[in-house]
Design a binder for this molecule. Structure first.
Ligand code: GUN
Length: 296
């Protein structure tokens, strides 16, 4: 069994990006600038956004954090999105999800200028990815694919089982894994809460991407010998063993599953850091206007 080290891989990608930023700056180019909108004080979202801002600093980007309280109106939030859309200094921005129930995530996502949508959540970017056209790839699935590429894990002709059908992981991961070429060319099965025979299906998988948000859902007896397991779960489970009072727990029962795998990602230190690395990559592309040009 080989552990896939997302933390080290993400650090390497950050270093590559930092080198490029240095070159851009010394040639007199514009420093890439990422903005993040954070609503409320959810512990998980606070941590993710703080890590995103810290990563921007590490690679030499500029970053701006815009905070709203939970009672922000949809209208106010949409105004803030519009302001960022029209700000020529902002190359890309994200609105951290989830949002409070009184705000439509779909409406907010659609309001983002797709040319600045470095999360790759806007329908234009999702559609372009589905068609195999250039655009901003959804950060988590693109981080997963990058791990497979850098570890030279064979995907062509393999059966990839995805657990979960969310818009931000399951669905785009399915799209990328079935794409023509490498990494891709998989036969993909997507399982979800209404799939009756998940265990049988998982036992046929060469690659399993677990993204349901159910701690330790994937057990040892659901995985065939030699499988590759990618754990996207990051549930904060209360714990009296840590200073923070919680333990980040994946969707995979790691101790049971790991001995059967050829490769497996840990939690934390697997997919999580790669999501941020992908976001930085998208922001660099947005700054260089290599995917879309913006004429204002
Ligand atoms: N919530 C969970 N993951 C993500 C992500 O990748 N981007 C944003 N904006 N919100 C999230």
């Amino acid at each position: 069994m080989q552990l896939i080290d997302g933390k080290a891989t993400a650090a390497k990608i950050r270093e590559e990006i930092a080198q490029e930023v240095k070159k851009i700056k010394s040639a007199g180019g514009k420093t890439p600038h990422l903005a993040a909108i954070l609503v409320g004080h959810d512990g998980g979202s606070e941590t993710y956004v703080a890590n995103k801002v810290k990563a921007c600093e590490q690679v030499g980007f500029e970053s701006t954090l815009i905070r709203f309280e939970n009672d922000v109106t949809e209208e106010e939030l949409l105004k803030s999105v519009e302001k960022l859309n029209n700000d020529p200094d902002i190359d890309g921005f994200i609105v951290q999800l989830p949002l409070p129930k009184h705000i439509s995530e779909d409406k907010v996502t659609e309001a983002i200028d797709y040319r600045k949508d470095v999360d790759g959540f806007h329908p234009v970017n999702v559609g372009r990815m589905s068609l195999g056209l250039p655009g901003f790839l959804s950060a988590t699935p693109s981080g997963i694919v990058e791990l497979l590429r850098r570890y030279e894990i064979e995907t062509r002709g393999k059966h990839c089982v995805i657990l979960g059908r969310s818009n931000i992981v399951g669905k785009p991961a399915a799209t990328l894994m079935m794409r023509k070429g490498y990494p891709g060319d998989c036969t993909v099965t997507v399982c979800h809460s209404r799939t009756p025979n998940i265990k049988e299906i998982c036992l046929q998988a060469d690659i399993i991407i677990a993204a349901l948000g159910v701690p330790e859902f994937l057990k040892g007896d659901m995985v065939k010998e030699g499988a590759v397991v990618i754990d996207v779960g990051t549930t904060r489970v209360p714990s009296d063993k840590t200073k923070s009072g919680f333990k980040l727990t994946g969707d995979v029962a790691f101790d049971e599953v790991a001995p059967k795998c050829s490769y497996i990602t840990p939690v934390p230190g697997g997919v999580g850091p790669m999501t941020i690395a992908s976001l930085l990559k998208n922001t660099l592309l947005a700054g260089k206007k290599e995917v879309y040009s913006i004429e204002k």
